[in-house]
Design a protein around this ligand. Structure first.
Ligand code: NAD
Ligand code: UDP
Length: 350
């Protein structure tokens, strides 16, 4: 099954997680841009285990080689340091285009670069899809709906985005990336898929990237104040990473070429969410016999400009066309992620 790597011995392969042995006719050559990031690394794991050949390109701006280092040396895996604003040449059957910083502090760090990544990166990857006839999937976002006036958000809603605010580099970047995607579909017949992802969390999320789930868990584990922005009445709906990966793979391999929301519709105010995280952290600490000197405080800080007030996906389309729905409850997912960060903290890497 590894004709190109006959010399690789069983001993070499046995140091990797076990992968399915697919006959060459079923093995796809898959490019994952941003594959060293949080979502990308989980997608790579799943595609590798399914037996495909996976190439990651990433500039390591927010991602890290360590997220996929367990595959380095595997004959089905390659990783290249590359910035998607430059063209990339490869032969492939499917492209998952994820490369783009996703947390507000990171995408606002260099707004112009974020727009370049969204526009030029997507242009380059669509050009590659056109030449190779690969199927192209872009990870768009619930941010295309901006600060929505329709609730919950369904795919036919056009959104309410401030085009000149601090979030615009990301929101408008993803909106133009979608426009470009459907432009290539109409003009060049590129086979496209558009996933609109809602807030997702899980292990390997960069603990310093400033998103609410990682901030709250790290703060609660370290016994620091938990920082709620604004009065905490704004809402979000949180999806666990494994559900997202199921949804992305289902979408890529389905005939659905319209945008599809992928998210969990369990909606929380951020204030309630802080309390839930604190409660589960305490439960995990109690189970592990960790002593707390006091209960962590929840404190309130200024709300960032244009922070959306409400967000919850309408996932009817995903259910009907992909037969997909989330399996992880927020409580289950949070407990997994808390245990992951706690272990990192104990080994000194958090
Ligand atoms: P992440 O920041 O962990 O991963 C992004 C990856 O892209 C990183 O590895 C980063 O180094 C890489 N990257 C950034 N700019 C690049 C460039 N110019 N060239 C090459 N690589 C580049 O973020 P994530 O949460 O894994 O998000 C992945 C994708 O999913 C993004 O497109 C994001 O917009 C989308 N998304 C994520 C969420 C979420 O809640 N996690 C929600 C909506 C959409
Ligand atoms: N948030 C918060 N405390 C934090 C980080 C974020 O209250 O330490 C809030 C933020 O203002 C927003 C929500 O949590 O209302 C989700 O923020 P995140 O950055 O995770 O994602 P996004 O705003 O892109 O949905």
């Amino acid at each position: 099954y590894y004709p190109e790597t006959d010399s690789i011995s069983y001993t070499t392969l046995s140091r990797f997680p076990p992968v399915k042995l697919l006959p060459p006719s079923q093995r796809k050559r898959i490019l994952v841009t941003g594959g060293a990031g949080f979502v990308g690394s989980h997608l790579v794991d799943r595609l590798m285990v399914l037996g495909h050949e996976v190439t990651v390109i990433d500039n390591f701006f927010t991602g890290s080689k360590t997220t996929v280092s367990h595959w380095i040396g595997h004959p089905n895996f390659e990783m290249v340091r590359h910035d998607v604003v430059e063209p990339f040449m490869i032969e492939c059957d499917q492209i998952y285009h994820l490369a783009c910083p996703a947390s507000p502090p990171h995408y606002q760090f260099n707004a112009v670069k974020t727009i370049k990544t969204s526009f030029m990166g997507t242009l380059n990857m669509l050009g590659l899809a056109k030449r190779t006839k690969a199927r192209f999937l872009i990870t768009s976002t619930s941010e295309v709906y901006g600060d929505p006036e329709v609730h919950p958000q369904h795919e036919d809603y056009w959104g309410h985005v401030n085009p000149i605010g601090p979030r615009a580099c990301y929101d408008e970047g993803k909106r133009v990336a979608e426009t470009l995607t459907y432009g290539f579909q109409r003009q060049d017949g590129v086979d496209v898929r558009v996933a609109r992802i809602f807030n997702t969390y899980g292990p390997r999320m960069n603990p310093a990237d400033g998103r609410v789930v990682s901030n709250f868990i790290v703060q609660a584990l370290k016994g620091e104040d938990m920082t709620v922005f604004g009065d905490g009445t704004q809402t979000r709906s949180f999806q666990y990473i494994h559900d997202l990966i199921d949804g992305l793979i289902a979408l890529m391999n389905s005939p659905e070429s319209r945008p599809v929301n992928i998210g969990n519709s369990d909606e929380f105010t951020i204030g309630d969410f802080a309390e839930l995280v604190r409660e589960i952290v305490e439960k995990v600490q109690d189970e592990d016999g960790v002593k707390r000197s006091r209960r962590v405080n929840i404190i309130y800080k200024e709300i960032p400009t244009d922070d959306p007030q409400k967000r919850r996906p309408d996932t009817t389309r995903a259910k009907e066309t992909l037969d997909w729905q989330p399996k992880w409850t927020t409580r289950m997912g949070l407990e997994e992620m808390i245990r992951y960060y706690k272990a990192k903290m104990e080994e000194g890497s958090l």
